[in-house]
Design a protein around this ligand. Sequence first.
Ligand SMILES: NC(=O)c1ccc[n+]([C@@H]2O[C@H](COP(=O)([O-])OP(=O)(O)OC[C@H]3O[C@@H](n4cnc5c(N)ncnc54)[C@H](O)[C@@H]3O)[C@@H](O)[C@H]2O)c1
Length: 437
Amino acid sequence: MKQPVSIAPAEGKLGILLPGMGAVGTTFIAGCLLARQNVAKPFGSLTQMGTIRLGKRTENKTPLIKDFVPLAEMPDLVFGGWDLFPDNAYEAAKTAEVLTEKHLDAIKDELEAIKPMKAVFFPEFVKRLRGEHVKEQTNKMELAEAVREDIRRFKKDNGLDRVVTVWCGSTEVHREPTAVHQSVKAFEQGLRDSDPAISPSQIYCWACLKEGVPYANGAPHLTGDVPAMLELARETRTPLGGKDFKTGQTLMKTILAPGMRARMLGIRGWFSTNILGNRDGEVLDDPESFKSKEVSKLGVLETVLQPELHPELYGDMYHKVRINYYPPRGDQKEGWDNIDIFGWLGYPMQIKIDFLCRDSILAAPLVLDLALFMDLAKRAGMSGIQEWLSFYFKSPITAPELYPENDLFVQMVKMKNMLRWMKNEDLITHLGHEYYD
Ligand SMILES: NC(=O)c1ccc[n+]([C@@H]2O[C@H](COP(=O)([O-])OP(=O)(O)OC[C@H]3O[C@@H](n4cnc5c(N)ncnc54)[C@H](O)[C@@H]3O)[C@@H](O)[C@H]2O)c1
């Protein structure tokens, strides 16, 4: 990758477009509006709260990340999106039941003004939902062109300088790539032929990349991780990221598993189960959408523990993930983990986790950080897969020949070193130079 010579300043307004304005999308928008008015703090967001050490420990230089790299500022953000329900952001947030009335009423007018554009939706990709606010075109190329037109109109109507997109829509069914995904040429022919293998999310992604709009995928389904999208991202010099926000149980897993491995403690089994009752839970109740999620959730332990290097410790590990739709809990998910570990001489021990979390509260700051960092990447002239943002994803997209890095702490070091590198600062290797000089 070429080191940026200069990073264009974050001048003017940044539009953030969300395909999917449900629980996560509206919690994100509302949170930004509340933070803007200083009613609440954007906890959980590195771009707003995080710091970065520069130089040696003795130099005492640890600015806020947002003061170190030029990021779009909260007052300059404009929100929009698409959904298959016509509800404005206030109504959708009320339905989602994540935030209190006190919070929503403080920004009611602003939320009511944010109305979703009509969605691209094919029910065979999300079997538990039916759309009523969807585009009428039937040809997939015409639908893709309509999304491009939406982006241009949104930009013009709001006097925007730049736009980024973060998918906050439902999880689509699990699909493997087909011939239509192998090149831009094949994909565009597929759009013209309305090839059944092209999903709604791929139509949004193609339209964004064509418009030079960075695209990050917050769900686990197949979108940007196919050769056609990677080729288009490079061709249009647009950043691409994904996939599946790393929150809740998988966040815990990628915090804990690196610790077990660092201490060479063995693991015999890791059983994870969840109950959640929001619309996401309902969609994931469909086995085909759950399959997308299961693949994304199961992958993390392999790359953190590397059983091929440590067969005695992790070679026989049993790993199971379950998600149960349980309406009474709404967005307030509960996730249990039982971990059977072993130590010195093989003596067994157990760890139990009971995480009473709030799904959208964990995901919202990730949407903000991804939007701001993807915009930064674009202004720094970076394009294609943004692996340095793996920190935010359960199943990070990587170059085809590489395995993903899932250890949260390695991901954080990688991300902060990328920011230092972009600004021509020394990378921090944690080597104690003072002992070796
Ligand atoms: N909350 C978390 O912690 C978390 C973590 C990882 C991933 N995710 C993923 O984020 C996504 C959003 O989660 P949520 O809780 O907000 O779900 P949600 O059901 O509340 O919202 C999703 C919205 O997307 C809309 N939608 C579906 N298909 C669409 C399309 N083709 N175009 C436009 N809109 C469409 C739905 O109508 C719905 O309003 C899900 O895919 C979920 O799996 C969430």
